[in-house]
Design a protein around this ligand. Structure first.
Ligand code: TXE
Length: 481
């Protein structure tokens, strides 16, 4: 039984009230560990550690900060296989995915901001003719809260922590209680990298207790959150009256728009990935597929055939394409949406059922599922399922495709397959999303602004956007004779 602890002031400590939660292995449904269910007393302890470290850390040179973040990146890379195994066991994702994507990206997050902080600068403005000069300081905020979800545990945990500490803040970070393991392992790595005590504090527990305590803490001045839209709305209600800075990266219900003039083979191969990568548990997955009528039947046949070849299996198997879903309750949520879709007239073209993997009968496995729908107003096209389930329907004109794509409360990302430049520009400008991929999916440049509009959140992460979020801009005006 792996009992993990909070990482506060550079030490591993038990929760003060000695409350613990079970941690499940999604591949076999067994309890394999325990994590603290931290309370406000633990958050106070973490806050005091962070506040005590802030003065020194915010005055640490950029060169030293950069060196420490680079060292953390290097150690993550050195421990790639160990961390990938821990991630795969905790989340249920295939070991191949954790090894190729999750852990390398966690290292890249630290390496990117190790470099970015040495290039981040602020503006000056000369008030010509008035003998005055203005310059802007971008100072660290102080103690900030980072709360992350279970789908890409270390990938998204570090995506927040790296810019926050690079900018000179001290952090109280809470991973999802569903996938705490790699966050726990990051603590040791930060100590080994020489990150001073108290700069990063990792606390575990339920969102409604531990997460809530972070958001409610009067002196934690900014919250960076990734998770569900409903949770994001709740956090906003709590934090707004306290005038905290908020970065909310929430759910998505992303259109994948396919025109007949696309590079068909590349589109098909990428669409299988954008539909089912990480068991469809990525806020950027293209879960609503819209196909131009002239190739609809061909695409339907080819897509179903390809998806039926996907291997659902134990995450540790190299041959596994689709691992376990993250929890029993999440599998039931996904399953319920297939039923809802059928009740609303949807037709399951493939999948739709829970899978029993021999030897792992209590694991949480579900078939990759394609559902043909008649119109975009059905619930499965309006609500985030966040599992290996996509819908498809056809369209006739560009106007219709654009209207279908935008007719949803979310606005995170969109994927467009076409070789028509005018159409590309018109769609890119009119799609109501924070991200548009054209003839690709999930190609990421960490310098770019990342985030969504509408119900997909507020603010942007990534590049200098993240460093601006984690700093306060102060304008200083000097009059001279
Ligand atoms: O997110 P939650 P979950 C969507 C997806 C998924 C749904 C719920 O639809 O089914 O969100 O997933 C903490 N105060 N996405 O359960 O519940 C919680 O402990 C403070 C999309 O992961 O929002 C966890 O650490 N914190 C998303 C984190 O918030 C609270 C990726 C996320 O939990 C809290 C994941 C509270 N009151 C899910 N309640 C994306 N956009 O990538 C919970 N938390």
């Amino acid at each position: 039984m792996q009992k993990i602890k909070n990482y506060i002031n550079g030490e591993f400590v038990n929760p003060i009230n000695n409350n613990w939660l079970d941690n499940y292995n999604p591949s076999n449904g067994e309890i394999y560990g325990q994590i603290p269910n931290s309370t406000v007393e633990d958050i106070d302890l973490a806050y005091n550690a962070a506040q005590s470290a802030f003065s020194q850390w915010s005055n640490t040179t950029l060169g030293t900060r950069s060196k420490i973040l680079s060292k953390i990146a290097e150690l993550i890379k050195e421990k790639l296989d160990f961390l990938a195994e821990a991630e795969s066991k905790d989340n249920g994702k295939p070991i191949s995915l954790a090894t190729a994507i999750d852990i390398p990206r966690a290292a890249a997050n630290f390496q990117f901001f190790a470099n970015a902080i040495t290039q981040f600068a602020s503006e000056s403005h000369e008030s010509v003719g008035l003998d005055a000069v203005n310059f802007t300081l971008r100072q660290p905020i102080g103690v900030v809260g980072c709360i992350s979800p279970w789908n890409l545990p270390l990938y998204l945990f570090t995506w927040k922590i790296a810019p926050a500490i690079a900018a000179g803040n001290c952090v109280i970070a809470k991973p999802s209680e569903v996938t705490p393991m790699t966050a726990y392992l990051l603590g040791e790595i930060c100590t080994e990298a020489g990150l001073p005590k108290g700069v990063l504090n990792i606390v575990h527990g339920l969102g409604t207790t531990t997460g809530q305590a972070i958001v409610e803490h009067p002196n934690i001045k900014a919250i960076s959150f990734t998770g569900g839209t409903q949770t994001g709305a709740h956090i906003a209600r709590v934090a707004a009256p306290m005038f905290k800075k908020l970065s909310l990266e929430l759910g998505g219900k992303n259109p994948n728009i396919i025109f007949a003039d696309c590079d068909y083979d590349k589109m098909l191969e990428t669409t299988v990935r954008s539909s089912f990568a990480n068991q469809g548990q990525i806020c950027l997955c293209g879960s609503r597929i819209f196909v131009e009528a002239s190739i609809y039947e061909k695409f339907k046949k080819d897509f179903v055939q390809k998806v039926k070849q996907l291997q659902v299996g134990h995450p540790s198997e190299k041959s596994t394409n689709i691992g376990a879903l993250v929890s029993r309750s999440h599998l039931e949520k996904v399953e319920s949406y297939v039923k809802i879709a059928e009740d609303e007239g949807g037709k399951v073209l493939c999948g739709g059922l829970e899978v029993t993997v021999p030897g792992y009968e209590n694991g949480y496995y579900f078939q990759p599922t394609i559902i043909e729908v008649q119109d975009n107003s059905c619930r499965i096209n309006q609500e985030e399922v966040f599992g290996p389930v996509v819908t498809m329907m056809s369209f006739k004109t560009d106007e219709e495709a654009l209207q279908l794509a935008n007719d949803v409360t979310y606005g995170l990302s969109a994927t467009l397959w076409t070789n028509n430049l005018n159409r590309t520009m018109q769609f890119s400008k009119q799609l109501q999303t924070g991200i548009v991929w054209v003839n690709t999916w999930m190609l990421r440049d960490l310098r770019t602004p990342f985030g969504g509009s509408k119900a997909s959140g507020v603010g942007r992460e990534g590049g200098f956007e993240a460093l601006r979020f984690f700093t306060e801009a102060k304008n200083i005006c000097i009059k001279y004779e």
